[in-house]
Design a protein around this ligand. Structure first.
Ligand SMILES: Cc1cc2nc3c(=O)[nH]c(=O)nc-3n(C[C@H](O)[C@H](O)[C@H](O)COP(=O)(O)OP(=O)(O)OC[C@H]3O[C@@H](n4cnc5c(N)ncnc54)[C@H](O)[C@@H]3O)c2cc1C
Length: 388
């Protein structure tokens, strides 16, 4: 039996896993990274663009990730217009009004992932690749990871950053509540004949929620969260018919539009964990929470898990000898709860309200939009919350 050990094992080398690795290295904590040996990614470029909040972008800058991101790969958003299609009511959020220079930055998944890969290539860590069934055996003062060949690795703390179908969550027995939205996100890029001037749009419609994130001067990344009962209809449309339908849904505002990429589909669901921790285990990113993309917050939430972990490592150096101690991981659980629960609740309720076909609900939405739009204080509070 071959024994290898580090202080911490991170399971999952997605963006959140890599961010956690960088953070631990900052405090000279010996870390291993468990990566998937099976190639589960398709070869298509990832069409997702993330609206990264100013708070998260600051952390990426301070921690050297932005050194690997060319400036033109991060498109600033200075205005957001939110429409209800019911009676043309709209809500507008302006960076200038909120005393901010930008509301968010739009970054493509593959560009951000590459920047993280370059960043972690500069640091030293052990990479573990496992092919087959492995298990986690949680003991009083350590956790053993055993692979199918019987090799054993020993750690003080396991961090599950292994996505929404987390193996670490299952192995550690953390209960999770899942909810399917019966919606699928259709993601693609378009070019518009009109410049966007840094304005993002969101339109709540009968077929679903249409979000347009400004990327290059005339280009948008589009996330169309469609009700499942209509997805098949959209899938059957060829590019031309699809463009016609999109133009009709978008209205005149965008002028002529062209499709710039393939259309890709992501089924949407929500997951809330009963806890982010169990004995010597903590969860981060989509392993810890999965939310509807309508507010563009899933990755931000995951990176805020890492930012909180960073702050705790900084302020509690007396736990560095054993980060699996209950007292330490409980602080992480407590400090992350409110942000995660409030955002999960908000996105769930919004998706529910806006898919409602009830006339009373539509009336309330329009009234609410108009009232909020006139209230500068509420808008400022909403923007400050969204910019964290
Ligand atoms: C359509 C859409 C649009 C979105 N838009 C936004 C947005 O605008 N803003 C935003 O903030 N968020 C957005 N999100 C959410 C965002 O994509 C996710 O929150 C984020 O990608 C989660 O990152 P992660 O690293 O936690 O998980 P993942 O990206 O799922 O990474 C998990 C990693 O773990 C690996 N893994 C899994 N199991 C194992 C195992 N057993 N052993 C080893 N490795 C394993 C996987 O291979 C993967 O590399 C969007 C999501 C969707 C679907």
């Amino acid at each position: 039996m071959n024994e290898k050990s580090s202080d911490v094992l991170i399971v999952g080398s997605g963006i959140v896993g890599m961010a956690t690795l960088m953070t631990l290295e900052k405090y000279a904590i010996k870390t291993s990274l468990l990566t998937h040996s099976k190639n589960i990614k398709n070869n298509l470029p990832d069409p997702r663009f993330y609206a990264v909040t100013p708070g998260v972008k600051n952390w990426l800058e301070e921690n050297g990730v932005c050194n690997f991101l060319a400036k033109d790969l991060m498109s600033p958003v200075n205005k957001i217009l939110v429409y209800s299609n019911k009676e043309n009511s709209a809500l507008s959020f302006d960076a200038y009004d909120a005393g901010m220079s930008e509301l968010a930055f739009i970054i493509n998944h593959d560009d951000l992932e590459k920047a993280f890969m370059n960043r972690i290539s500069k640091i030293s860590y052990d990479e573990i690749k496992i092919d087959g069934a492995e298990s986690l055996n949680i003991e009083m003062d350590h956790v053993d990871l055993v692979n199918e060949k019987g090799q054993k690795y020993q750690f003080k703390l396991i961090i599950g950053a292994d996505g929404s179908d987390s193996w670490v969550r299952r192995e550690s027995g953390i209960e999770v509540k899942s909810k399917t939205f019966n919606q699928t996100a259709l993601v693609f890029n378009i070019k518009s004949s009109k410049t966007h001037q840094g304005c993002a749009f969101q339109k709540f419609m009968q077929d679903g929620i249409l979000a347009l994130l400004p990327i290059q001067t005339h280009e948008y990344s589009v996330v169309y969260s469609l009700n499942d009962n209509i997805v098949d209809e959209y899938k059957k449309l060829d590019d031309l018919a699809f463009l016609m339908r999109l133009k009709k849904n978008l209205g005149e505002k965008f002028g002529d539009i062209d499709l710039l990429s393939k259309r890709q589909y992501f089924p949407l669901s929500m997951k809330i964990n009963e806890s982010l921790i169990s004995e010597r285990v903590i969860l981060m990113g989509d392993a810890a929470h999965q939310v509807h993309p309508l507010a563009g917050q899933g990755l931000n939430l995951g990176l805020r898990d890492v930012i909180e972990f960073d702050a705790l490592l900084n302020s509690h150096q007396n736990y560095h000898h054993d980060l699996g101690l209950k007292q330490f991981i409980k602080k992480y659980n407590r400090n992350r709860k409110t942000d995660i629960l409030s955002l999960s609740y908000l996105t769930d309720q919004l998706s529910h309200i806006f898919y409602s076909q009830s006339r009373i609900m539509n009336f309330v939405i329009n009234l609410g939009f108009n009232k909020i739009n006139q209230n500068h204080l509420i808008k400022k509070i909403l923007i400050e919350k969204a910019a964290q």
